[in-house]
Design a protein around this ligand. Structure first.
Ligand SMILES: Nc1ncnc2c1ncn2[C@@H]1O[C@H](COP(=O)(O)OP(=O)(O)OP(=O)(O)O)[C@@H](O)[C@H]1O
Length: 270
């Protein structure tokens, strides 16, 4: 099975603190991972490493079998789809929806003098249709609702037909209907053998789409637990990860979690 991500004893130090600490994590072809952890656990830092936007302070990171520090990241980046808040912030408000997606072919945000083939335009249009944005191709990004922006960002992240797709909190800011539409769209991608390897960062187990296979639980920059969803997403592991006594249930591939009843509700451990 081909390795897609391989983190070996990875530490990232910032401001005198280890924000990722001795993390070892392997993602292989065909897998669909969820990364869960409370605020500040290091999830976005992990995505930045996987997206080749950041190098580890110590340890090694291999992305698509290329080792960071020994490879040209600009050649690697088109093979990786990324949807994140920091990338979204770099999209100009006056960019058309079609161009937001089209410009991913060159890994840029903001159309300038690049030339695009008809095939690129057709692919961008098809992706926007697939994410329910087909009637808004000419709208400017700045005029979209949060849900429409999120769908445009995901269409963009698929434009280069990536081998690895990183989605950092794609459901943040969506209403219930928007979240459910997104979860359904991601479930469809996850179920398709031709889809890239997926890594989805979230705070909420309710946002885990069906057909996801593995979970990494991060706490204080370290792996609390990692492995197949059904084995790892237990009340005990979630409680340790979030520092609150939690109960977890699964039905038809969807998960939910709530504070455990009787006495322990809302209590945080150190
Ligand atoms: N450049 C930096 N200098 C100092 N601290 C940093 C820097 N970047 C991130 N951090 C800290 O590292 C920790 C992990 O940040 P990160 O954004 O990876 O967490 P996260 O799990 O994505 O959090 P959230 O769920 O709140 O988005 C946080 O405490 C953050 O304040």
């Amino acid at each position: 099975m081909a390795s897609v991500l391989s983190f070996d004893d990875v530490t990232v130090r910032r401001g005198g603190r280890d924000i990722l600490s001795h993390l070892t994590w392997d993602v292989n072809d065909g897998e669909r991972w969820v990364v869960l952890g409370r605020n500040g656990a290091g999830k976005t830092t992990l995505v930045q490493l996987a997206a080749t936007r950041l190098h580890p302070t110590t340890g090694t990171v291999e992305v698509l079998e290329e080792r960071l520090g020994r490879t040209d990241v600009f050649e690697l980046r088109p093979r990786i789809g990324l949807s994140s808040a920091s990338l979204a912030e770099s999209i100009p408000g006056d960019e058309s929806v079609l161009d937001v997606v089209l410009t991913a072919s060159y890994g840029v945000t903001g159309r300038w003098r690049e030339t695009y083939e008809d095939l690129d335009t057709e692919r961008a249009t098809a992706l926007l249709h697939a994410f329910g944005m087909g009637t808004m191709l000419a709208r400017t990004y700045g005029t979209l609702s949060e849900g429409e922006r999120k769908r445009t960002q995901i269409a963009r992240s698929l434009m280069s037909d990536p081998e690895l797709l990183l989605l950092d909190e794609p459901a943040a800011g969506l209403d219930l209907g928007g979240r459910e539409e997104l979860v359904a769209a991601l479930a469809e991608i996850a179920a398709d053998d031709r889809s890239p390897v997926l890594v989805l960062v979230t705070h909420h187990v309710e946002e885990i789409p069906p057909h996801f296979t593995h979970v990494l639980l991060l706490r204080d920059g370290a792996a609390q637990a990692a492995g197949p969803l059904a084995e790892v997403l237990t009340a005990q592991n979630l409680t340790a990860t979030f520092g609150v006594e939690l109960e977890v249930t699964e039905r038809d591939g969807r998960w939910s979690a709530r504070a455990a009843a009787a006495g322990s509700r809302g209590r945080r451990s150190a």
